[in-house]
Design a protein around this ligand. Structure first.
Ligand code: CMC
Length: 418
């Protein structure tokens, strides 16, 4: 294939370079377009825009493939732990046994949050949404680690930030949960691994291996997803050289929305509503298809996946297994399965290539683990943090890194007189 594309604009013809990725995706490089022609591009929702070159995550939405640093997500879920995948994302390679032990020890040392952060969490109303508290606690950490706020961080500072952020968010998330329950905070237990410690700080009991493993897999499934809304937010905020705490806090805010990470909470609320309505999901499918009705089938559809979401496949497989292991029978699982089958055989969803996404079944597992609905998106944030950090680091280290500053096509009034 030719290494350039031709663009004809009126009388002018210009050549635009073509960039090819390692998995054969192709892009037309328009970075000199405005300088050469005065034109910019318009791409609502940026669905056709490659905002960066990246080595972290590859998605083939047509084939339902997700890989981190070349490893298939299914294999990582089966053979690796959340901390191994986190390290893979941030450093570019799977850790050796010694490196993993070092990381675990460093995280354990960083799993106590400052007293000021505890006070901040307690200052929120008990029924405040956990995502708002988590985001506030995250940006407030900047006040406690001033030596990590430099505009240009050294490699050593970036190394220090990784276990610190993993340790702090784990403890913040558990404390936010305890606050919502009106309970005292529990200190981290250094004898436990990352996910088991998080569950211990939430519930005060050492979780069974099956429960800890189930949550670990859920965290892996959420660990990164290339240039989604929150990762793009982290990159945009970080591109102004704002500190990492501010960038991650902004990512948490972006994730909160129901079209993004907040969908996991919305799915369970929808399944609950269907159950209360008598369990007939056909009515909800009709509502989702009605263009006059703003209702959407939550947990369905994806900007990139147009065949199936591989994360949803793994979760669905785990769902039955986990409910059985935990001896939990949840009628919402039957509603979810019925809803899925009906929607998949409906022309509306088939034509638009709408399939269950990662959020469709994750809430049922969180619920079985005893996690309240309004904490679901915090669980997503806990899983996504290593991905955000990897995206942020790659962005800062990219050759020719510039502040992100898109343009617009002005459509407002002109020449108003006072
Ligand atoms: N229910 C009903 N119709 C839908 C849905 C849905 N869940 N999703 C998309 N559509 C329709 C939409 O109305 C449009 O129809 P038409 O062509 O007739 O106007 C068409 O499908 C294309 O939708 P779109 O809004 O252009 O698609 P998008 O790529 O901009 O949005 C999405 C992707 C995920 C925001 C959207 O599918 C959605 O709102 N889904 C429900 C929320 C959800 O589950 N979000 C979690 C995403 S996965 C986790 C994550 O990574 O954040």
């Amino acid at each position: 294939m030719s290494k350039s594309a031709k663009l004809i604009l009126g009388e002018n013809e210009i050549e635009l370079p073509i960039i090819e990725g390692t998995e054969s995706e192709k892009a037309v490089d328009i970075s000199k377009l405005r300088g050469q022609t005065g034109f910019i591009t318009f791409d609502n929702g940026l669905g056709n825009t490659g905002a960066c070159l990246s080595n972290i995550t590859f998605i083939d939405g047509e084939k339902g493939i997700l890989k981190h640093r070349g490893y298939l997500i299914e294999n990582l879920c089966e053979k690796s732990s959340f901390l191994e995948v986190s390290s893979l994302l941030y450093t570019g390679k799977l850790p050796s046994k010694t490196e993993l032990e070092n990381l675990k020890n460093q995280i354990k040392e960083k799993s106590t949050i400052p007293e000021g952060i505890k006070k901040l969490i307690k200052s929120f109303p008990q029924d405040a949404h956990p995502m708002g508290i988590t985001s506030s606690a995250m940006v407030a950490l900047s006040g406690h680690y001033p030596h990590l706020l430099d505009q240009d961080l050294s490699d050593q500072q970036k190394e220090e930030l990784f276990p610190l952020m993993l340790g702090q968010l784990k403890t913040i998330a558990a404390a936010v949960y305890r606050h919502g329950q009106g309970k005292d905070f529990i200190e981290s237990n250094p004898e436990l691994d990352y996910t088991a410690d998080f569950l211990y700080m939430m519930n005060g009991d050492k979780p069974s291996d099956a429960v800890a493993k189930a949550l670990d897999v859920l965290l892996i499934l959420h660990a990164d997803h290339e240039q989604n809304c929150s990762a793009s937010t982290v990159r945009v905020v970080g591109s102004s050289k704002a500190n990492l705490f501010a960038s991650i806090s902004a990512g948490i805010d972006a994730l909160w929305g129901p079209l993004h990470g907040g969908a996991n909470q919305a799915v369970l609320e929808m399944l609950d509503a269907i159950q209360k309505d008598g369990g007939g999901y056909e009515k909800f499918i009709s509502k989702a298809k009605d263009k006059e009705d703003p209702f959407r089938l939550m947990g369905f559809g994806h900007r990139v996946y147009k065949n199936f979401d591989p994360r949803a496949k793994v979760i669905k497989g785990y769902c039955d297994e986990i409910l059985e292991k935990l001896n939990v029978e949840d009628p919402l699982l039957d509603i979810a399965k019925g809803l899925e089958t009906t929607a998949l055989s409906d022309e509306y969803f088939a034509k638009r290539k709408l399939f269950p996404n990662v959020d469709f079944y994750s809430g049922i597992i969180y619920k079985a683990l005893g996690i309240p609905t309004n904490m679901f998106t915090v669980m997503f944030a806990l899983g996504r943090q290593p991905g955000w950090m990897a995206q942020w680091k790659e962005m800062l280290e990219a050759e020719g890194m510039r502040i992100t500053r898109p343009r617009q096509i002005y459509q407002g009034k002109t020449d108003e007189k006072l």
